[in-house]
Ligand binder design. Structure first.
Ligand SMILES: Nc1nc2c(ncn2[C@@H]2O[C@H](COP(=O)(O)OP(=O)(O)OP(=O)(O)O)[C@@H](O)[C@H]2O)c(=O)[nH]1
Ligand SMILES: [Mg+2]
Length: 307
């Protein structure tokens, strides 16, 4: 029996292994990134209290012995005001096309389907799971009303109420989505948590600190690019350029006697040091590129065509 039996067992095991792609979509600020981080168990995607935090699609990979789920966190769906937004929405659509199932995240107090979101969901060719997030902010009656609303509006395959920050019911997302994942071998190495590299995460940390430190339009007019990354045995030397739209924004970024940019640099460096587990030398230069959000070459350079 020996070898034969072992071989058939191996085939059976392989056949039952599931692997697939999940598109996390929804309006800005509903908690998509917080949820992906919870599911994968790492702070991969930047989370801030501000809308439009996520600009690039980022994968978060959950691997077990039995399955691999590749989640894609995407920018919040909005009506484009710039070419930048159009490209962000293109990456949302490309992610949906690649996915085996869509995880549509709403806030518990969301009461209508926007035109942009409706357009995408009503043409969906894959199973739709609605995740009602932030249920810590509502009572039972409100929650029941919202469940009934999404049921009639979208007739999804499942509706899952959760709280990402309270870590309530998040595991139900994984068990539910598993139903819609095909049998397949893993796509990524079991050790991989994301498809993005260190440079990407470093740029995101700097952008997170900009979002936290500056107000109103300023963070939205900034783009961060890493122009040089040198790894030395005891220190990583990173040169970074921050692009803004106008001279006035450069002055705000610098602050009185350069104090604001200094604080930004220190905060970002500390977080990058934790991330890379090494000392970091961080050099920040601010550049003005007028209307970069509508400039094709700038958008290409900033990686808004690779998603
Ligand atoms: N009260 C509460 N707040 C939450 C919950 N989940 C996320 N948040 C908060 O909601 C805010 C937005 O969270 P994000 O994860 O950045 O939202 P997002 O959908 O990725 O936003 P964009 O990237 O802008 O599209 C943050 O301040 C989170 O801490 C939750 O379950 N309850
Ligand atoms: Mg996000």
């Amino acid at each position: 029996m020996g070898r034969h039996r072992a071989f058939s067992y191996l085939c059976k095991y392989k056949m039952e292994h599931k692997a697939g792609f999940i598109a996390i979509i929804g309006k800005p600020n509903v908690g998509k990134s917080t949820l992906m981080n919870r599911i994968v168990g790492e702070q991969l995607s930047v989370v801030t209290p501000k809308a439009q935090t996520t600009r690039h699609r980022i994968k978060g990979i959950l691997t077990t012995d039995d399955f691999q789920m590749v989640f894609s966190d995407t920018p919040g769906i909005l009506k484009p005001a710039y070419d930048l937004h159009k490209r962000m929405m293109k990456s949302v659509d490309a992610t949906i096309l690649d996915a085996d199932a869509a995880m549509f995240v709403v806030e518990v107090n969301e009461r209508k389907l926007s035109e942009e979101v409706g357009l995408r969901l009503k043409n969906l060719q894959i199973p739709l799971v609605v995740v009602i997030n932030k249920i810590d902010q509502a009572d039972q009656l409100e929650l029941e009303q919202r469940v009934a609303f999404w049921e009639t509006e979208l007739n999804p395959a499942a509706i899952i109420p959760v709280s990402a920050t309270e870590n309530f019911n998040v595991e139900a997302i994984v068990t539910t989505l598993l139903r819609f994942i095909p049998e397949a071998p893993a796509f990524f190495d079991g050790e991989d948590l994301s498809d993005r590299n260190t440079r990407f995460f470093v740029a995101e940390i700097i952008r997170e600190k900009i979002l936290m430190q500056y107000q109103k339009e300023v963070p939205y007019s900034c783009e961060v690019t890493i122009i040089d990354y040198k790894e030395e045995p005891t220190i990583d030397k990173i040169r970074c350029e921050i692009f803004v739209d106008r001279e006035s924004q450069k002055a705000i970024l610098l602050g009185h006697k350069g104090e604001a940019i200094k604080r930004l640099g220190t905060d970002a460096r500390k977080k990058i040091e934790k991330f890379v587990g090494k000392h970091v030398f961080l050099d920040l230069t601010i550049k003005v590129k007028s209307d970069w959000r509508n400039d094709e070459r700038s958008l290409n350079k900033f990686g808004y065509n690779e998603d």
